[in-house]
Design a protein around this ligand. Sequence first.
Ligand code: FRU
Length: 482
Amino acid sequence: DAQSERYRPQFHFSPKAHWINDPNGMVYYKGTYHLFCQYHPESSVWGPMHWIHATSKDMVHWQEQPIALYPDSLGYIFSGSAVVDVNNTSGFGKNGQVPLVAIFTHHNSKLEKTQPEQVQYQSLAYSLDEGKTWTKYAGNPVLKNPGITDFRDPKVRWYEPQKKWIMTLATKDRVTFYSSPDLKKWARESDFGSDAGAHGGVWECPDLFPLKHNGKDVWVLIVNINPGGPNKGSAAQYFLGDFDGKNFNAYSKQTKWMDYGTDNYAGVTFSNTGNRVVLMGWMNNWQYARDVPTPKWRGATTIPRELGLKEANKELYLTSTPIKELDVLDGKITSLTNVDVKGSSDLTAKTGGKYDTFKLTLSAPATNDFSVVLANEQGNELVIGYDKSANTYYIDRTKSGKTDFEKDFGKRMTAPRLSTDKTISLTLFIDVASAELFADDGLSVMTGIFFPNQPLTKLSIKSATGTSISKLTYTKLSPSVQ
Ligand code: FRU
């Protein structure tokens, strides 16, 4: 249907039809990246959850595969993770085969009314054919509910110093860490967060992993939260700290936000990618996910982002930057230097623009306001800019087209600028109906979806005070969707 297809992303994963939410079970194995997502194969709104499956050689070109996990007598298949059980600790591998093991939440809706604190528990499924087909473990569930209504989204990783698995689980207003020798028997280690971070909503989809900083491990704990995000609805906060196989000790109990935009939720990282840490989120927000104007399919993932650490103003922050592999999409590149802007400069002709899938990078002095305006003949516009007096970046959807499906959609969202560099550098990915902004080497990140009435193919730079863009490149991006 034309209405649904005109917002179809061209280089992001989206389901051919029907509803997706959280990315699940992302794992790299034998040259293939696997992505699963929360999926309702019968409608384009949320319902009994399955795991849809997609595979890729580069995290950029995704191919939809048959559904991996179906609901069963223990419940719907909620979010979770997958690991490569190299040592066959689970014993699922036969004749030297390495099992892929998925650890997920079963959500038993039959118990919602009578025993709400028993609805969610953790279970396993395994694959012995490199992720093609999955068998549920006969001993499910492997982690029963101790009486907590929100008890879900297990993210499991191997903790080499103590040769055990660590599960990071969202348990209502905190995360709880469990450990296991074999993925089947789990012991509670500790919890974190009832007195830390943002608590505007329930904690969901956590992740825990180390990143190197000055030769030392810094542990990152990502905690998605809904609602209570910095620009309303769902968002991803994180903490930095130490982890010793039992406790997570945060350097600070204050929340930091991985992405200030409204549309990067439930993001977690791939397993088995070595020292490289790559995250993808669900490019949507629970505030309006059910109502976005794509009635035949709903939901897409963000571009994959490589995570790192960087200091700014004596604070350490998590950074997100587009993965290198995305360069495969690069088409014609136009580079401009020293573009003087006073008022408004239309760059559509100069950049050979007229596309609605492109990448824009630019460098500009941090001493002046400026904005990138994407527009069409109908007067729809999406404005992405820097506000000098507030020292914030913003994405403004006020006039972006269809906004009335939710009252807060057509607004300006903001992110603080954390860098103190004199020059601002921005990278912006536009894919028909989404904008992903990476500022200052990924220190300030914003993701926002939008629904123009016609494609936004006009590009201009505005600056009321005047500015000079020292370098600007406009790269047409080709579709990766098969
Ligand atoms: C997050 C979430 C998870 C849950 C899943 C259900 O978006 O609410 O906590 O497992 O979605 O679809």
